[in-house]
Design a protein around this ligand. Structure first.
Ligand code: UD1
Ligand code: MG
Length: 401
């Protein structure tokens, strides 16, 4: 059966791909003259690389979807018997775009103003408000289904009320920042977002073929397809050697798009399964993020201009200078050989910065930037395969679905 909205969506996505591909080179100089540029810290040259080009792909994504707004509703009559207009689906689509639009604006503001860490947590919370409000009006189901083994204790389901909204807000904060902190080598921010969006698309298609919650998964496909194509165009310029940087704008835009489809498509738990490397990177980073261990401004790997390879970047501290929590963390990391540990003559300690990128370098030694990106994206793909093997057998085991 031909699904007209889907076909139109694919055409629009191809259009946004071509548009992004054309627009980025034209804007490069403009960004540099507006002082929106950075230095590639893993290269010999110190050329100005335009930063925040994610705003271009984000805006083209929005224009494509604005044009798409009427499409699913113009062809609705063929599929539904009632002639009533599906107000709730309509407002969900518009609110989703409003949230993403808001996130692009706030992300761009972050790039221009270089906001502090606490603001980075606030921005996604503000941007999720449109979809949370729509969720409240439309759906307002805050009941979660319990896994089989605790049903005798609590019952089949539990209404967690306002906690559910807090969970959804935190999901957006997590998705956006988790991508932003797994960054620093060419192509990694966009590359991981491309792998995650392909994983989501595959999951949506499987669920539609299984006749599960079709409208939610269709909604997700409508948003993820143009996201994927615009990101592929961005990848073309951001891959090694990067001509442009995508900026925090892109990280927020990508994370928000994932959070929106996870929440409004009702698959937020499965969505998190596609974030295994980001979750690992976040947990590993916790001691530095919360300043239990000193955290330098940049934690990206250290470039060796003689060998053209990347090696771990490090942080130095005095062991007794750390608090109890900090000491416990480094003790555990050291015990499980998760970090490189070096005791210096002057009594200080040198360890690598706690990021997944540095961990890969700690295990495999100095690697070329291009290969390192491939290794991390390969890991992302392997984790998607693990996610699918967890999702289907485990869901059956825990929930009978
Ligand atoms: C996050 C990380 C930081 C990492 C940075 C790299 C945390 C808490 N923060 O900070 O450790 O160093 O991302 O993006 O984990 N850059 C490159 N090559 C790249 C991408 C970026 O050299 O492929 C450099 C450029 O100088 C660029 C800058 O990183 O200008 C962008 O950093 P920014 O996105 O502002 O850093 P944060 O997101 O704050
Ligand atoms: Mg960043």
């Amino acid at each position: 059966m031909l699904h007209i909205p889907l076909i139109v969506n694919i055409f629009i996505s191809i259009g946004t791909y071509l548009m992004t591909l054309r627009m980025i080179p034209r804007f490069k100089e403009m960004f540099i003259s507006a002082s929106l540029y950075g230095k590639d810290l893993c290269k010999k040259t110190s050329d100005k690389i335009p930063e925040s080009l994610g705003v271009i792909s984000g805006c083209i994504f929005l224009v494509g979807l604005f044009l798409f707004i009427p499409i699913p509703f113009s062809f609705k009559e063929q599929t539904t018997k009632s002639n009533e207009f599906p107000h709730s689906e309509f407002v969900e689509l518009v609110a989703a775009l409003l949230s993403i639009c808001c996130m692009i604006l706030l992300g761009f503001a972050d790039d221009v103003l270089n906001l502090r860490w606490r603001h980075k947590l606030l921005l996604p919370t503000i941007a999720t408000l449109p979809i949370l409000m729509v969720y409240y009006v439309n759906f307002n189901s805050t009941t979660i289904i319990m896994p089989k083994f605790i049903r005798p204790l609590i019952g089949h389901s539990l209404n967690i009320g306002v906690l559910y909204y807090i969970y959804m807000g935190m999901l957006a904060v997590f998705c956006t920042n988790a991508i932003n902190i797994l960054a620093g080598i060419n192509g990694l921010e966009v590359g991981q977002s491309i792998v995650i969006s392909i994983s989501i698309l595959i999951f949506n298609i499987i669920e539609i073929l299984n006749n599960n919650q079709i409208s939610g998964h269709l909604f997700s496909i409508y948003l993820i397809t143009p996201f994927l194509t615009t990101s592929l165009a961005l990848w073309n310029y951001n891959k090694y050697p990067a001509e442009i940087f995508v900026g925090d704008t892109f990280c927020y835009f990508a994370g928000m798009t994932f959070a929106v489809v996870g929440i409004l498509g009702h698959f937020s738990k499965t969505l998190l399964l596609f974030f295994i490397p980001q979750i690992a990177n976040f947990l590993y980073s916790v001691p530095q993020l919360f300043h239990l261990v000193p955290c330098p401004r940049h934690r990206l790997p250290k470039y060796n201009s003689e060998t053209d390879l990347l090696d771990i970047s490090s942080t130095i501290f005095v062991k007794n200078g750390l608090g109890v929590l900090g000491r416990t963390c480094v003790f555990l990391f050291r015990y499980f050989k998760l970090i490189k540990w070096q005791e210096n003559k002057d009594g200080t300690i040198t360890t690598n910065n706690f990021t997944l990128i540095n961990f890969v370098l700690h295990v495999f030694g100095p690697v070329h930037e291009k290969i390192l990106t491939r290794m991390l994206l390969g890991l992302q793909v392997v984790c998607t395969l693990i996610a699918f093997t967890i999702r289907y057998p485990m869901a059956k085991y825990f929930y009978d679905t």
